[in-house]
Design a binder for this molecule. Structure first.
Ligand code: AMP
Length: 442
């Protein structure tokens, strides 16, 4: 080996083992049962309410988010993973999925379908945030979009759907915060009143809010800084400045929520971080506080976005949607000790083998059990029958099959009843029928 290459090998050996990036994580086998439970619950309920699944790419042209989510939002300003391709295109890992779904709706001519078009999704999103409890850089959302009508009943339907999903996931103490942020005909006047109010106090604002005052004054109501929170409590409220249409729409939303007895409170300061919302906006919380944490955690949020399609060059298409954070939901489920069904195949039979011939026949027999639809487990790497039986015992599997060299040679197999310890020898070509009968008897 040359001197140069031996140095290279040494440097390689000294490198620490690779680690996942900050704010992202692996979903390990022991975590999968929560994910499966949530996915199947979302699918079941979404389909019941008439939503169809859509999967859009995780990368989109950067301009899509600038045009929709909004240039002056935290997401677009600070949190997007944006990169240039070799061809000099600017692409972004999706920080949220409503823009992608809207793009797909226009691109695939869904405007020609019968409305409302109801779509749902489930997948990873990416935001460059400072990692902290409940905040990741790659996280997962599922969400619903109802496209085509401005009926307040549809706002309430997505709220009800998410509420029912949380109920099915056994999450307790849910509270929905709700507000209306008006529309392009009433919001500008309110924005002017709000700007006037804050201008009078601009010296007391945090540096981010000073910027927001110029670019996006509604976002001032969203600030969590102590001094800004005090100011917002005295700020003019948008509900006093809604036009008649927005007022009536919101009144209807609240009446429908009352009718369904959904637990909500008005939050006059709720504006949500995205630009495209009109009228109804809402967020879901649990009022259960995590150990030392004073902040209730947002499990999901959404609102109406009647002008988004036009912003993207599509036909006017009123719409309402919601996105939910899967990691937050799982953390809440774990906190409340919710038991989830294990997705693991419940094996009824354990197949133990010994010797090369036994192993050979075991591989074949395993496939025959699969074809017969009988869940079976094996431990092919192990050669001691005793240790294989121990595994079957630990897993509380009722029947163990033992295929040793002798049995394999004679075309037999040993069937051991793990409850009684009784063993009998059965013809290999009869074993599936015998097991079928035994399982039926139980
Ligand atoms: P948003 O798209 O910001 O309205 O977020 C909708 C939901 O996604 C929130 O209520 C959270 O449950 C979840 N969420 C948003 N950002 C993150 C993040 N960085 N990490 C984990 N969950 C998030």
């Amino acid at each position: 080996m040359s001197k140069k290459s031996s140095r290279k090998t040494k440097t390689k050996a000294k490198m620490p083992p690779p680690q996942s990036l900050k704010g992202v994580y692996d979903i390990l086998p022991q975590d999968q049962s929560h994910w499966e439970f949530i996915k199947s619950t979302v699918k079941k309920l979404a389909e019941f309410y008439g939503f169809q699944r859509v999967d859009t790419p995780i990368i989109e042209d950067t301009s899509l988010f600038i045009r929709t989510t909004g240039e002056a939002t935290d997401i677009v300003e600070k949190q997007m993973y944006t990169f240039k391709t070799k061809g000099n295109d600017s692409l972004t890992l999706r920080p949220e999925n409503t823009p992608g779904v809207a793009r797909a709706y226009i691109e695939h001519g869904m405007a020609n379908l019968q409305h409302p078009v109801k779509l749902y999704y489930f997948g990873p999103m990416f935001r460059h945030e400072s990692p902290q409890r409940g905040r990741y850089r790659q996280f997962h959302q599922f969400g619903f979009e109802t496209l085509g009508f401005n009926d307040p009943a549809l706002d309430v339907q997505v709220i009800q759907l998410f509420y029912n999903i949380l109920q099915a996931l056994k999450i307790k103490n849910i509270i929905i915060q709700i507000n209306s942020i008006g529309c392009p005909s009433c919001r500008p006047a309110y924005r002017a009143i709000l700007t006037d109010y804050y201008r009078g106090h601009s010296a007391k604002l945090c540096s981010d809010c000073k910027k927001r005052l110029k670019q996006n004054p509604l976002r001032l109501l969203d600030c969590k800084q102590e001094k800004c929170v005090q100011l917002k409590n005295q700020a003019p409220q948008i509900l006093d400045h809604l036009c008649e249409e927005c007022h009536n729409h919101f009144k209807n939303v609240l009446e429908f929520l009352d009718e369904l007895e959904l637990p909500y409170i008005l939050n006059y300061h709720l504006v949500r971080g995205l630009d495209y919302y009109t009228k109804t906006v809402f967020e879901f919380f649990t009022d259960k506080k995590e150990k030392d944490d004073e902040l209730a955690i947002a499990l999901g949020g959404g609102g109406r976005y009647d002008n988004l399609m036009e912003i993207l060059g599509g036909k006017p298409t009123p719409a309402v949607g919601l996105a939910a954070g899967v990691e937050r939901i799982i953390s809440q489920m774990k906190y409340s000790d919710v038991k989830v069904p294990s997705p693991a195949l419940i094996a009824k039979v354990f197949l133990a083998q010994l010797g090369t011939l036994g192993k050979k026949k075991s591989l074949k027999l395993f496939e025959q059990f699969r074809a017969a639809g009988i869940p079976i487990m094996e431990s092919l790497g192990r050669d001691s029958v005793k240790s294989q039986i121990k595994i079957a015992d630990r897993l509380k599997i009722r029947y163990t099959l033992i295929l040793g060299q002798k049995e394999a040679f004679e075309g037999n197999i040993i069937l051991r009843d793990m409850d009684s310890g009784a063993q009998e020898t059965i013809r290999l070509d009869k074993i599936i029928d015998v097991i079928k009968k035994r399982l039926k008897k139980k």
